[in-house]
Design a protein around this ligand. Structure first.
Ligand SMILES: C=C(NCc1c(COP(=O)(O)O)cnc(C)c1O)C(=O)O
Length: 388
């Protein structure tokens, strides 16, 4: 473990926390410990605390330590996917008859986990707009609400929730605040410092940053929470493998650089779309007219790389734009170096059609990559011109 980096800057922690050069070989990057088991020196004689890789693996340990350091938490846990992390969290902290307040705009797979899986064993949920603290408070069921779940910015409508205010609401009701920090990333937003109890990441996204790994993470500060999450991580077993852990760890080292470029490019695209005749609404927290701009400005370092917009002409026009871009690749996911475009209604959020979370059919979501900004703008200009 590197020397104490608590007071070091984000970029320094991203590169040096979680692992110190190997005392034997001097390797500055942790090896990929492609092993399931570890020789013991006599029964229970563990070398370095490792006995079986589901329980702990040195490459995963390096990632989990780095994830915690970057979120300002004491304990990090790495999983096979973001939804694996969420499922483990739910099973660690919720019991039949409990209730969870969910955002009324959230990743479709997260809602599906609660609505189609967790309900099977008695966990109830109700949606509330993350932008309305009073509505979240009203959605809480006294004595039964265990978690208040927040995405900010939300997926895909990029609503902004006030983390500090919602933490107070949750705590007043004896509940915990969970913040899914996937869209912002640890570099742009630090939920634990604002009162959140648990941070969730799909490390598939900005943390890994190169669309080459699927993974998830939980970060907490509280030792008691860490103990129960760690117990359930091992007992359920949805852990990140050593190579996936290594890929996310490598991605994290450039997270700060990438988020700056993602934000630069996204700001230019938001401005470009704002004046475009084919566009009816641009949704980007960095725009002064965004309802959550003031809160985002207070709790985020910058506004991120996700831009959503609605087009004149409805679903068919939105689909036509998604089919017309070249630099923006049509595909699900987000947060990688390449720009992606998608139609949430037909793609990432198809599972919430007909529910409270249904998204507008004329909505297009962009994950703005780190390509040359002028090329991104020219690509969108051409695609939008086909629909005017
Ligand atoms: C794949 C997509 N989202 C995954 C996701 C998840 C799930 O992560 P997975 O690694 O895909 O399991 C959790 N939270 C948020 C905010 C997410 O956006 C997407 O929106 O394209």
């Amino acid at each position: 473990m590197s020397e104490n980096l608590d007071n070091a800057g984000f970029e320094t922690r991203a590169i040096h926390a979680g692992y110190a050069p190997d005392p034997t070989t001097g390797a500055v990057i942790p090896p990929i410990y492609a092993t399931s088991t570890y020789a013991q020196d006599g029964v229970g004689g563990l070398r370095g605390g490792y006995e079986y890789s589901r329980s702990a693996n040195p490459t995963r340990t390096a990632l989990e330590s780095t994830l915690a350091a970057l979120e300002g938490g004491a304990h990090g846990f790495a999983f096979a996917s973001g939804l694996a992390a969420e499922d483990t969290l739910i099973r660690a902290l919720c019991r039949p008859g409990d209730h969870v307040v969910l955002p009324d705009d959230a990743y479709g797979g997260t809602f599906r986990l609660f609505d189609k899986v967790a309900t099977n064993w008695g966990l109830e949920h109700s949606p509330a707009p993350v932008t309305d603290v009073d509505a979240v408070r009203a959605a809480i069921r006294p004595g039964r609400t265990t978690l208040v779940w927040l995405e900010t910015p939300t997926n895909p409508l990029l609503s902004i929730g006030d983390i500090e205010a919602l933490a107070a609401v949750a705590h007043d009701a004896g509940a915990l605040l969970v913040v899914d920090n996937t869209f912002a990333s640890s570099y742009l937003q630090q939920p634990l410092a604002l009162g959140a109890d648990i941070v969730v990441h799909s490390t598939t996204k900005y943390a890994g940053g190169h669309s080459d790994v699927v993974g998830g993470a939980l970060v907490v500060d509280d030792a008691g929470l860490a103990e129960t999450i760690g117990f359930h991580q091992n007992s359920i077993g949805g852990v990140a493998g050593p190579f996936d852990a290594w890929l996310v760890l490598r991605g994290l080292k450039t997270l700060a650089l990438r988020m700056e470029r993602h934000s630069d490019n996204a700001e230019r695209i938001a401005d470009f779309l704002t004046d475009h005749p084919a566009v009816s609404q641009v949704i980007y927290p960095g725009l002064p007219e965004h309802p959550g701009h003031a809160v985002a400005s207070r709790q985020m370092r910058r506004y991120g790389g996700m831009v959503s917009f609605r087009v004149k002409g409805g679903e068919q026009q939105a689909l036509a734009i998604c089919a017309a871009t070249k630099v923006f690749t049509l595909g699900e996911s987000l947060g990688g170096v390449e720009s992606l475009i998608e139609h949430p209604g037909r793609m990432t959020h198809a599972s919430v059609a007909g529910t409270d979370l249904e998204v507008p059919a004329d909505l297009v979501r962009l994950s703005v990559g780190i390509e040359t900004s002028e090329d991104q703008l020219a690509d969108l200009d051409r695609a939008l011109a086909t629909t005017v």
